[in-house]
Design a protein around this ligand. Sequence first.
Ligand code: 5GP
Ligand code: ZN
Length: 114
Amino acid sequence: MADCLFCKIMRREIPAKIAYDDEKAFAFVDINPQAPVHMLIVPKRHVATLNDLKIEDRELLGHLFYVAAELARGAKIDQAGYRTVINTNAEAGQSVFHIHVHLLGGRAMRWPPG
Ligand code: 5GP
Ligand code: ZN
């Protein structure tokens, strides 16, 4: 999508610290990290929100979480623990409308989230 920030990062039009890249997904370090490890895992296909996910995208979403777990292993936070989050629309605080999984770790998390 022409105007989408994460599509622009995918096309390398906007720089980011890319942590993972394959034919279906890519991941990069969040510009405003909320934890020592904070990465965003994003499908290459533009999907705006979880509400827009089609039945045929279920595997794609599974892939995003698989990549998140791989990145958590790579960052050595898998045993201590980490959080994976998808914010959907205004009340959850979604600010970029290209679906993304937040991978947060490297510190203790509180529950419930704010
Ligand atoms: P959301 O609020 O939509 O769940 O998450 C969007 C995330 O994208 C935020 O954590 C924000 O810091 C991150 N972000 C926004 N703009 C950029 C950018 O230009 N580069 C990177 N690497 N992250 C960004
Ligand atoms: Zn996009």
